[in-house]
Design a protein around this ligand. Structure first.
Ligand code: PGA
Length: 248
């Protein structure tokens, strides 16, 4: 049985004091303990978030990292820096990083390998644009993104990852993929992982859907066989919505 994992991706939202307030609101409500809750907050709020969630079941994630431990990479944050604040997860290869910050399948793979090496669980994001779906190349594209992301990752290490399928056309647009479309792609991802690592590993990895997940559509998405969680942007910024997602 895979434990459901609902992760909030705050993106570039919330100052430290705003983050403090939102975390306070979330942690003071009753959260379903059989669902893993993760908050992926901006770097500046990571230490505070970790401290505030110490005696809770909430885990904390970063939204990106560099693959090197240190060096002349102005403006970047390293895995060892994330280790010191005891971050649990790190989102890797979000479509906004691929689109606006030139991340490629190759840099995604370097980051995945580095995250695992440093004991950080990567949430690996894949997904197609609307044009790619219309051209009907979305399945091969996502399968290639998966193969590239897992390049040189051992079988044992693969089990430490979470994958998020996020169709770019559904992110922040209010346009959710239908649960059938989401399930079809999550099943494809699981099959691709199965071809790489075998059935046991493929069955153990949690696959999230992301793209306009809201309290009103979460339970239908979560009822699908291959969808084990959600990566949530907009609806993770309001405590009442996020709590509803955890308690779907
Ligand atoms: P959204 O974002 O929920 O606002 O569509 C999802 C994401 O980008 O992870």
């Amino acid at each position: 049985m895979r434990k459901p994992i609902i992760a909030g991706n705050w993106k570039m939202n919330k100052t430290i004091s705003e983050a403090e307030q939102l975390i306070d609101e979330i942690k003071n409500q009753k959260l379903n303990e059989s669902v893993e809750a993760v908050l992926c907050v901006p770097y500046l709020s990571l230490a505070k978030a970790k401290e505030m969630t110490k005696y809770t079941n909430i885990n904390i994630g970063a939204q990106n990292m560099h693959w090197e431990e240190s060096g002349a990479f102005t403006g970047e944050v390293s895995p060892t820096m994330l280790n010191e604040v005891q971050v649990d997860y790190v989102i890797i290869g979000h479509s906004e990083r691929r689109q606006y910050f030139n991340e490629t399948d190759e840099t995604v793979n370097k980051k995945v390998l580095s995250a695992i090496y440093h004991g950080l669980a990567p949430i690996i994001c894949v997904g197609e644009t609307l044009e790619q779906r219309e051209e009907n190349i979305h399945t091969s594209l996502v399968a290639e993104q998966i193969k590239a992301a897992f390049s040189n990752v051992s079988n044992e290490d693969a089990t430490k990852t979470v994958v998020a399928y996020e169709p770019i056309w559904a992110i922040g647009t209010g346009k959710t993929a239908s649960s059938e479309q989401a399930e079809e792609m999550c099943a494809l991802i699981r099959n691709t992982i199965k071809a790489l690592y075998g059935k046991e590993t493929a069955e153990s990895i949690r696959i999230q859907y992301g793209g306009s997940v809201k309290p009103g559509n979460v339970s239908e998405l979560m009822s699908m066989e291959n969808i084990d969680g959600a990566l949530v942007g907009g609806a993770s910024l309001k405590s009442s919505d996020f709590v509803k997602l955890i308690n779907y």
